[in-house]
Ligand binder design. Structure first.
Ligand SMILES: [Zn+2]
Length: 496
């Protein structure tokens, strides 16, 4: 990359890294309790500085020079394109406003935590109202695109190329195909035994097993760390510093296991970004593709019998006789059980997409001005009743359960559902090239990692999702693989 451009990219990466570390400290409890407001101010300043750097005259003329005399280097071209797109999206926003927005999202997180702790949405409602208004205002500075709504622009922020029209089709298809299946399994709950999954398992043993699991999957602990937080997540400074968290509950041993597998799926993507793209705007991965990796590991790989064949004896050993009366077959059936429930992050593979659908429908209404903030909890509960037949006792297990809205991440949720569908499509393509089952039974996952590195991980966000998918699978985005996978799996498990 030409020197001046490299210098710009490095400086932006440094601002980003500082932000990541401060966020990490806050989320993992490494920062003191009262640091909040002071650190929020620093985060606001950093965001403002990065924004100023990306939009200043010097940067604009550098980018224009790079575009006038494009380099042969594919990565440089992609970096310039991304920086220019970001500039076009943000340069009209007054810096003061941009900084205020960041301070508000940082404050939003703290207000949400308090509201969630007391299970009281009314504590969060005024801040949520401000966040929605501010997010709309910020988007309003962006150049208008023909036929796209404000919510389409929000979606575009997280997953380029997927609009409301396409997502409506996608979710309608899932609703039509999967709702009957959800009803059918709800009526056959005795078919699968799950009681043993609630046996008390001490947290220290859980930590030991989860660490073993992350390494087994390929998480490189020399380039990564594992910590704890209320809500598990993955973050990274670059491909040599990737951090994941888990959350332990003595009576829910499977919860930490599958969140560790999930976050490790994200972490492998980050650690396997190529050295050429790490610490550039192309690092990481798009939201949906990132989620496709975590969900593929969590569900398609991590809940298969082949995966547990080499691991189950170790699991039994770590938990010292606790599961001696549970056969591997019973265990695998248990971890795949499905039942309509209230909490997205604890929900099974089959009902998961309904949790996303509900948020998607509400967000669309929020951005079209069809619903006021105060009406949201009632509407939320109605939709859970309608799609899943479950009822909330309070807002803590309802509308306050997820952190995203507190950070103004409206438009993010749909990428979770897209990620699941992309995972199924990619798994199908991978399985034609790699004997996945054999790799899992042998306990050597390196052929799987190598395939994913070659087709997905190395590129970060260099290729847009639709192109990445087409290059890897030879096909356009096709949610049928996801629907067929779920239908086949759950019909068999519940003998429908
Ligand atoms: Zn995830």
């Amino acid at each position: 990359m030409r020197e001046q451009l490299q210098n710009l990219v490095d400086r932006l990466a440094a601002y980003n890294a500082a932000t990541v570390v401060m966020d990490w400290d806050t989320s993992t409890g490494s920062a003191p309790e009262e640091a909040g407001e002071y650190t929020a101010k620093l985060l606001g300043i950093l965001a403002g500085e990065a924004f100023a750097l990306s939009t200043c005259d010097e940067t604009v003329s550098l980018l224009k020079d790079c575009m006038a005399e494009p380099s042969d280097d594919e990565i440089e071209q992609a970096v310039v394109k991304r920086l220019w797109e970001d500039y076009e999206k943000t340069h009209a926003i007054p810096q003061r406003e941009y900084q205020e927005f960041h301070e508000l999202t940082s404050k939003g997180m703290r207000v949400w935590e308090k509201a969630k702790g007391t299970k009281d949405f009314s504590l969060f409602a005024p801040t949520l109202g401000k966040l929605i208004e501010k997010a709309k205002k910020i988007k309003g500075y962006q150049p208008k695109k023909d036929g796209l709504t404000l919510y389409d622009l929000m979606l575009d922020e997280y997953e380029k190329g997927f609009t409301t029209a396409e997502l409506d089709r996608f979710f309608d298809g899932l609703k039509k195909e999967l709702m009957p299946l959800v009803k059918a399994i709800s009526e056959k709950q005795d078919e699968v035994r799950t009681d043993f999954l609630n046996r008390p398992c001490d947290v220290e043993s859980q930590k030991a097993f989860n660490r073993l699991l992350a390494e087994y999957l390929g998480f490189d602990l020399k380039r990564g760390v594992i910590a704890e937080s209320e809500h598990p997540f993955t973050t990274s400074l670059h491909n040599h510093d990737v951090r994941i968290t888990s959350h332990y509950d003595e009576n829910m041993v499977a919860s930490a296991i599958f969140s560790t597998i999930h976050e490790t799926g994200h972490a492998l993507f980050e650690q396997n970004n190529s050295d050429e793209i790490t610490m550039t705007p192309l690092s990481g991965g798009s939201c949906a593709v990132h989620e496709s990796q975590s969900r593929m590991f969590e569900n398609m790989i991590g809940r298969s019998e082949a995966f547990w064949e080499p691991l189950y004896p170790k699991f039994k050993e770590v938990f010292k006789g606790q599961f001696d009366d549970v056969s591997m077959e019973e265990f695998v059936r248990g971890i795949n059980a499905a039942a309509p429930s209230l909490i997205r992050t604890e929900s099974d593979e089959l009902t998961y997409c309904f949790h996303i659908m509900i948020r998607y429908e509400l967000e669309k209404m929020m951005f079209d001005g069809e619903v006021s903030v105060d009406e949201l909890p009632k509407l939320w509960n109605q939709k859970y009743q309608e799609y899943l037949g479950v009822e909330q006792e309070d807002d803590g297990e309802g509308i306050l359960q997820d952190v995203h809205w507190s950070g103004a991440m409206f438009g993010y949720f749909p990428s979770y559902a897209l990620g699941n569908a992309i995972a199924a499509q990619l798994y199908h393509a991978m399985d034609k090239n790699v004997d996945v089952e054999k790799a899992l039974r042998s306990g050597d996952l390196s052929p799987i990692r190598a395939y994913l590195r070659e087709h997905i991980h190395q590129y970060g966000t260099m290729r847009e999702t639709k192109k990445l998918l087409k290059d890897a699978t030879g096909e356009e985005f096709n949610p049928d693989y996801y629907i067929q996978y779920l239908k086949a799996k759950y019909s068999k498990l519940y003998r429908l």
